[in-house]
Design a protein around this ligand. Structure first.
Ligand code: PRP
Ligand code: ZN
Length: 296
């Protein structure tokens, strides 16, 4: 019997994206044996193996076809591409995943007299993102020195290793606690699904299937099912308020000819002000429920 072909995906082992990446795979119907210490985790119910690695290593895994899919921060992916001398050019971003949002920014000490990007001329900038920073400086025609650091970039100005920094900012609390102020955003980033060029048709089919499932999970997570009762006379006004819903289902209410029930899938946020606007237009008994799965 020939060996079953298995798709391989690499995700971050620990760190910001780890838990949500694993959860996303599980929501996509892949159940994994829970031994997180291992490098390789085998799915029990799908021909998929999951590599748990450092996010920095994922582009190389893809480029060498150790895996065909990867989930990593766009920041890490684009940095590898920027420094890779074409090595990672054949990899492609399939879709943004909506979590792990952060930005790569230039930040300066409080007492630094920052007027514009020109203020960086002749300065020393500490970063773990040499490739992206160098491209940004070049694009703005700024001549500055870059010091590469693996971590603890935020302490570089205090220790006089650099004048300013270029680092990831998420909540901003690292900057605040180090007396730094964000001045330029170089890149807005989030987790992305990346693939290499898959030649095997069986593996390509599996990759497509997992990608579609992930898309469906993300869509469902962003969508809500709304049910409400509407006066027949204000149906058009109510429909106009329902966010991102093409054609709601309208049903009679037994014993009432002045009211109908309206059900709709809303693919945009349903917030309190949406509910209040519905109510102001005459809607009653408004229910908003999460959607678990969605497939067209
Ligand atoms: C990043 C970055 C900052 C911090 C910013 O480090 O280097 O130190 O996150 O996040 P905040 O704005 O929410 O404070 P990370 O935790 O990824 O660790 P590393 O620097 O060791 O890679
Ligand atoms: Zn990292």
């Amino acid at each position: 019997m020939s060996e079953e072909k298995r798709l391989k995906i690499a995700i971050q082992k620990s760190g910001r994206l780890a838990d949500q990446s694993l959860a996303l795979l599980e929501k996509s119907g892949v159940s994994l044996a829970k031994s997180r210490d291992q490098l390789l985790c085998r799915a029990e119910n799908y021909p998929l193996d999951v590599f748990l690695v450092r996010d920095d290593d994922i582009p190389a895994f893809l480029a060498n076809n150790v895996c065909q899919l990867g989930i990593l921060g766009q920041n890490a992916f684009l940095e590898k591409q920027a420094l890779g001398n074409g090595k990672f050019e054949s990899l492609s971003q399939l879709l943004p995943l909506g979590y792990g949002k952060c930005r790569l920014s230039i930040a300066v000490p409080h007492d630094f007299d920052y007027k514009s990007i020109q203020s960086l001329t002749g300065k020393v900038i500490a970063t773990s993102y040499r490739g992206l920073l160098a491209a940004y400086l070049k694009q703005h025609d700024i001549d500055a020195d870059i010091v590469t650091m693996e971590g603890a970039v935020e302490v570089a100005p205090r220790t006089h290793l650099a004048d300013v920094i270029c680092d990831l900012v998420s909540t901003g609390s690292t900057l605040v606690s180090n007396g730094l102020v964000e001045k330029e955003v170089i890149l807005r980033s989030e987790a992305v699904l990346v693939s290499n060029q898959i030649t095997d048709p069986v593996i390509a089919g599996l990759a497509d299937q997992i990608t579609s499932r992930i898309k469906a999970v993300l869509r469902a997570e962003n969508s809500r099912y709304i049910m409400l009762n509407s006066p027949t006379a204000s149906l058009d006004a109510i429909k106009a308020v329902l966010p991102g819903s093409a054609s709601p289902t309208v049903m009679p209410l037994q014993g009432r000819d002045d009211m109908v029930a309206v059900h709709a899938v809303c693919e945009e946020g349903v917030f309190w002000n949406t509910m209040e606007a519905l109510k102001a237009n005459g809607a009653s008994s408004i229910l908003v429920v999460p959607i678990e799965k969605m497939l067209d």
